[in-house]
Write a protein that binds this ligand. Structure first.
Ligand code: 5GP
Ligand code: MN
Length: 357
């Protein structure tokens, strides 16, 4: 036996006798998909929800699950704490999303056995009040991909390697034997495109690209989805961006950059918080920057932060120190302090992490 065939025999041996970690992980994942699909078959009433200030992945994954349950002839209600931003109004089924103010009325003759929570790292991410209101009678199913995710469900499908929650939902639908179909494909592609930063971030894996190819074959028009999500901004958002960029500051080593958004600035431009989406990416692009931060003043005395890391700094860990979380490269948290004080605290914590590297 020559050297090459010896290696070949060895590698075949190791695959058959010692299944790889990936193989075991895939097996376990698929088992969980079937547990969830069994619940979908077994019960009749479902509530769905996703995280505060829902984004493309939150909405895309939620609406795809909604359509699966409807196809299975279930009674389903979607409740989100925050409204759907205008640029997602093109999504199929989005007209079925209801605000929390309708929970009481709906629940007067509807009692869900199962609550499915999508793209939320903890139950409180759907909003504390809504989480209390939506308590199901039997099961909470948690489907998420955040690194800082906690297993709050009775069934938890947490896949931190997945590019997006939409990617997990895509695999669940594939396991179900149902067709993906054009409408669900639009929802799932929107989630995938959003969470991979239009296939620019490191989570744009080959799996993500293969999924995109499949969804395109289902009929997704990629330029149309992109146009809805990114090319439909109102003029006031650009005026707001102009004002917010004026607040740019950097740390003395240039590795941290931050922006500050006060209620006064939002009011002046006639904007709300949802229009800040993506602003933080502008300052991450500065050559010296490792971590970009945007701080937003809320009306209730809290400051809301979005952090982005360019390389190795783990912003999920930094936000975790303040009860928030997310991913290594994109995370957020809330600090109950006035904006300047909260910002000083967070930039100090970030500098400590940077100095560790
Ligand atoms: P963004 O900065 O775009 O709001 O969020 C970036 C990532 O961090 C998203 O995956 C989002 O779900 C997560 N994230 C944002 N804010 C919070 C928070 O307050 N708590 C937790 N656990 N995750 C957050
Ligand atoms: Mn996501």
């Amino acid at each position: 036996m020559d050297l090459a065939s010896g290696f070949f025999a060895l590698s075949v041996y190791s695959i058959t006798i010692f299944p790889t970690i990936d193989y075991i992980r895939t097996k376990l994942m698929v088992q969980k998909y079937f547990e969830v699909l069994n619940l979908f078959g077994q019960y009749k009433h479902f509530a769905l929800s996703t995280h505060l200030n829902p984004d493309g992945d939150a909405l895309g994954s939620e609406l795809a699950i909604y359509s699966v349950l409807k196809e299975l002839d279930k009674r389903v209600h979607i409740f989100n704490s925050d409204p759907t931003p205008d640029n997602y109004h093109f999504l199929p089924f989005r007209q079925h999303i209801k605000p929390p103010s309708e929970v009481r009325k709906v629940y007067s003759n509807f009692s869900p056995e199962v609550l499915v929570v999508l793209d939320a790292g903890s139950l409180s991410r759907i909003g504390d009040k809504l989480a209390r209101q939506l308590q199901p009678t039997e099961f909470i199913v948690n489907i998420d991909h955040h690194q800082t995710s906690v297993p709050f469900g009775d069934i938890n499908i947490i896949e931190t390697q997945a590019s997006s929650t939409s990617e997990i939902v895509y695999r669940i639908i594939q396991s179900s034997g149902l067709e993906i179909g054009k409408e669900r494909a639009i929802c799932l592609y929107t989630g995938l495109m959003f969470d991979t930063g239009c296939f620019r971030y490191s989570n744009s894996t080959s799996t993500a690209h293969k999924m995109a190819a499949d969804l395109i074959e289902e009929g997704v028009s990629v330029d149309e989805v992109y146009r809805h999500v990114y090319d439909t901004v109102p003029k006031i958002r650009l005026h707001l961006l102009g004002d917010v960029l004026q607040t740019l500051e950097t740390s003395s080593d240039g590795k941290i950059a931050w922006l500050k958004v006060t209620q006064k600035t939002l009011r002046k431009n006639g904007c709300d918080f949802s229009q800040l989406e993506g602003f933080v990416n502008y300052i991450r692009s500065i050559d010296s920057v490792e971590v970009a931060i945007i701080a937003g003043e809320l009306e209730n005395g809290f400051t809301k932060f979005s952090l982005r890391s360019k390389n190795r700094v783990d912003v999920g860990r930094i936000c975790g120190l303040y009860g928030g979380g997310g991913h290594q490269k994109a995370a957020g948290c809330l600090i109950e302090k006035p904006i300047d004080e909260a910002l000083a605290q967070l930039t100090d914590a970030t500098q400590l992490q940077i100095d560790e590297y």
